[in-house]
Design a protein around this ligand. Structure first.
Ligand code: HEM
Length: 495
């Protein structure tokens, strides 16, 4: 997902150069002027200086550009940036078929993502979406997810935090949460627990590192200014392309082993592998692509979200207190004082925690920028013209900080904006685009909330979390991770 952004930054330089050169020689506008803002670049070099200046702060740059437009849309041809909810609805739903995932992005990611749901288009995507939607909506899956979260929390996370509390050691909370999420997503997807949080398994640790390495290397590939560079490296089998090939071979080896063992056992389980492999009609390679896509979708997103959540809370003690009060009142209402993790129904009742997590996601969306390619010429609802083959992007990061959408206090972390009469009030996904919207909306949204709320409640109830170094800078990777991690000191609370 975030790779799309990185690929865009690199390819944008090339596209802009060719497009401006073409305009310069043609000396006539290609499309009618629009109501939205159009950035006119220099002859020949176009907007190249702007892109170079802002390349390391593209998210903030887009967030600054958007308010300069009366409609919240800025054209830097052949790219359109929009933060206009009507435009987003048009891209994501109304004219969905005109805006598939871009071919160049798909080609760059294919070696890792295969034909999996995250980059599939057309019938291949439709088939996976239908099958996965069915599975994601089953009650048994939700119960399975919470069961795994509970096990990981009670047997690994809480003991680890208690130990850190006693020793006074500084922990990187981002690393802890990423290991937690990897154990969780692997149990859910393959039915295999790599035990990364407790570092109990050598094989699990190897799988964790090699998966991480392959992700980093594919990000590096996507950052290359010209795709020819990585294609040549791949053909010659040198440098980072050679390392990527090797790490992907190991990742594939692990996943193939999981698939083979599940086919042999023919035992039903709650995990995706058992569910997808059950009918035996799909090739192992296709199942591998599907499974890897789910791991990629769930591996970095929730830990990134929770890392920013704890970072934001470190300067909001009054919000922490309110969450603790909510946990207390739910426990006393249900007479539940023993278990360290709340039940599914109790988590659902936690409207204020839901609001606080949503508010943190609004300001720090794990997937901060999304892009689509226009198959044909089009006009967006605000009058912006889109040329055939152009890229249209919208940014959950910029939209989450747009005054036109959230009001004058858009920069403030205020969970109360989501509450009415103490009940959480959802908003339109075309406004709040953190989980995307329309037919390709995130399939794991409910599951992600269950995980995030369960982990947040368990930590906040039992521990004080002190952030020892205030960094708070984002790093563009698969998701919008926190640069350098989140160093914290833990102290056990007496409840
Ligand atoms: C806070 C956590 C999460 C956030 C913010 C998030 C956000 C997103 C976004 C923005 C997309 C659209 C990507 C695109 O089209 O380029 C997406 C797609 C997807 N997400 Fe999530 N996600 C989260 C957690 C999860 C989890 C835990 C899973 C479970 C495995 C998951 C599964 C998926 C899948 C399968 C898709 C592809 C849907 C499709 O293309 O039809 N997500 N997510």
């Amino acid at each position: 997902m975030e790779l799309s952004l990185l690929l865009l930054i690199s390819s944008i330089l090339l596209l802009s150069f060719f497009y401006r050169t073409f305009l310069f020689f043609k000396r006539a506008p290609l499309l009618k002027p629009t109501k939205s803002t159009v950035l006119e670049g220099y002859p020949i070099i176009g907007n190249l200086p702007l892109f170079i200046k802002n390349r390391r702060r593209i998210l903030d740059w887009v967030a600054e550009l958007i308010p300069t437009s009366p409609t919240g849309t800025v054209t830097v041809a052949p790219i359109v940036f929009t933060a206009n909810p009507s435009n987003v609805e048009h891209l994501a739903r109304t004219n969905f078929d005109n805006y598939p995932k871009a071919d160049d992005v798909v080609a760059t990611l294919h070696d890792f993502f295969g034909r999996g749901i995250l980059i599939a288009n057309g019938e291949e995507w439709r088939f996976q979406r239908k099958a996965a939607s069915f599975e994601f909506n089953t009650k048994s899956l939700r119960a399975f997810v919470l069961d795994k979260v509970r096990h990981e929390t009670v047997h690994r996370l809480i003991p680890l935090l208690k130990r850190a509390g006693r020793s006074g050691e500084v922990l990187d909370l981002q690393d802890v949460l990423e290991r937690f999420a990897f154990d969780n997503i692997c149990s859910l997807v393959f039915g295999e627990d790599p035990k990364c949080l407790s570092r109990e398994s050598e094989e699990g640790e190897k799988f964790y590192h090699v998966f991480h390495e392959a992700s980093e290397l594919i990000v590096q590939r996507a950052m290359r200014p010209f795709s020819l560079i990585w294609k040549l490296g791949k053909w010659l089998d040198i440098g980072s392309e050679k390392r990527l090939r090797k790490s992907l071979e190991i990742v594939h080896g692990f996943v193939d082993k999981f698939i083979r063992s599940r086919r042999e056992q023919i035992r039903g389980g709650g995990d995706f592998l058992s569910r997808f492999a059950a009918d035996g009609t799909r090739s192992d390679e296709f199942i591998r692509d599907i499974l890897i896509s789910f791991v990629l979708a769930g591996r970095d997103t929730t830990p990134t979200a929770l890392t920013w959540f704890f970072w934001v809370l470190s300067s909001k003690p009054e919000v922490v207190e309110k969450i603790r009060e909510e946990i207390k009142s739910i426990r006393s209402r249900h007479g539940n004082y023993d278990s360290e993790v709340l039940t599914l129904d109790q988590l659902r009742e936690m409207g204020y925690l839901h609001a606080a997590v949503s508010e943190s996601l609004r300001l720090y969306p794990p997937v901060p920028l999304l892009l689509r390619k226009s198959k044909g010429e089009d006009e967006l609802p605000d009058g912006t013209r889109v040329g055939k083959g152009w890229t249209v992007m919208y940014s959950p990061y910029a939209m989450g900080r747009a005054e036109g959408i959230w009001g004058q206090d858009c920069g403030e972390f205020r969970p109360e904006r989501w509450m009415e009469d103490e009940v959480f009030q959802p908003t339109s996904p075309f406004r709040y685009t953190v989980f995307h919207a329309g037919p390709r909306m995130c399939l794991g949204k409910d599951m992600a909330y269950i995980q995030m709320k369960a982990v947040a409640a368990s930590i906040l109830e039992a521990f004080e979390v002190e952030v020892v170094e205030k960094r708070g800078k984002y790093q563009l990777s698969m998701t919008m991770r926190m640069e350098g991690g989140l160093p914290v000191r833990i102290q056990e609370r007496s409840i």
